[in-house]
Design a protein around this ligand. Structure first.
Ligand code: MF3
Ligand code: CO
Length: 263
């Protein structure tokens, strides 16, 4: 990844906003299919067709050889899981992480869903991880540095007894799905690049129930917890405008589908 941080013009931010709108709608389509008995392969197909029907491109598909449009993160999978013939089961959690390119710009987001009724332990993991995303977004403002986002996420999660994955991080986004800077979910305050207007960033806490350690499976992609305890992951794309983070992706389409079952 180039270390250059591209500051976007307001026109470019408008384009990224449109890509993010389609990403968010796609996540809403995915939400309709997250239920016991549905395979992750089916969910991937639904998402891919929806993106293509709306003039977008599923940017994960073929990226570095990734074989699918959506990363499937069932239970102990942290990130970058492949869709398969695994049928979701009551009590699972599943993160679906997707990137949509539209008119040359990318939007990236992730939501971890409950499958039917889930345990309090998993609900609380997801709830805290999602809250930490918004805590990180609050810290994403002019005058702060990237390490302030990292530190805010880390403190929020660790103080509640969870652990933070260190090997995977958030990132800049734009014409490329991964641009500088890297945004770790742990770190020290007042370190790293200054946050500036025009930055477009993906903030994405990946938080574990057990130990922080991960393993990459032999497929070279699937990242799971070493102890096989659950991991949760939420992600938004934001733009720094007028000194603060404006969230460009939206969970609203998901909430409309989940209604009172949302996390
Ligand atoms: N949001 C994921 C990430 O930033 C998207 C990965 S797409 C893949 O890593 F193709 F790399 F899997
Ligand atoms: Co991302």
């Amino acid at each position: 990844m180039s270390s250059t941080i591209y500051l976007k013009t307001s026109e470019e931010i408008e384009l990224i906003r449109k890509a993010c709108a389609l990403t968010s709608l796609t996540l809403g389509e995915i939400a309709k299919w997250v239920k016991p008995g549905v395979t992750t392969q089916k969910i991937d197909t639904i998402a891919r067709e929806f993106i293509l029907d709306n003039g977008g491109r599923p940017a994960c598909l073929g990226y570095g050889g990734f074989p699918a449009s959506v990363c499937m993160e069932v239970n102990e999978i942290v990130v970058h899981g492949f869709p398969s013939n695994y049928a979701l089961r009551e009590g699972d959690i599943i993160g679906t992480d997707l990137v949509v390119e539209l008119n040359g710009m990318n939007g990236d987001m992730c939501y971890t869903f409950p499958v039917g009724e889930i345990s309090d332990e998993l609900y609380n993991l997801c709830r805290t991880t999602k809250e930490s995303l918004f805590v990180g977004i609050e810290a994403c403002k002019e005058g702060n540095r990237i390490g302030d986002i990292s530190n805010a996420v880390q403190r929020y999660c660790q103080s509640r007894g969870y652990t933070v994955v260190q090997e995977m991080c958030g990132h800049g986004i734009g014409r490329d799905m991964h641009e500088a800077p890297e945004i770790p979910n742990y770190g020290r305050r007042s370190t790293g690049p200054m946050i500036r207007n025009g930055m477009t960033l993906c903030i994405e806490p990946m938080i574990n129930l057990g130990s922080r350690h991960i393993v990459i499976e032999r497929d070279g992609w699937t990242c799971r917890t070493r102890d096989r305890k659950a991991s949760a992951h939420y992600e938004h794309t934001v733009a720094v405008v007028d000194g603060k983070a404006e969230i460009l992706t939206s969970f609203e389409p998901v909430y409309q589908v989940l209604q009172d079952r949302f996390i």
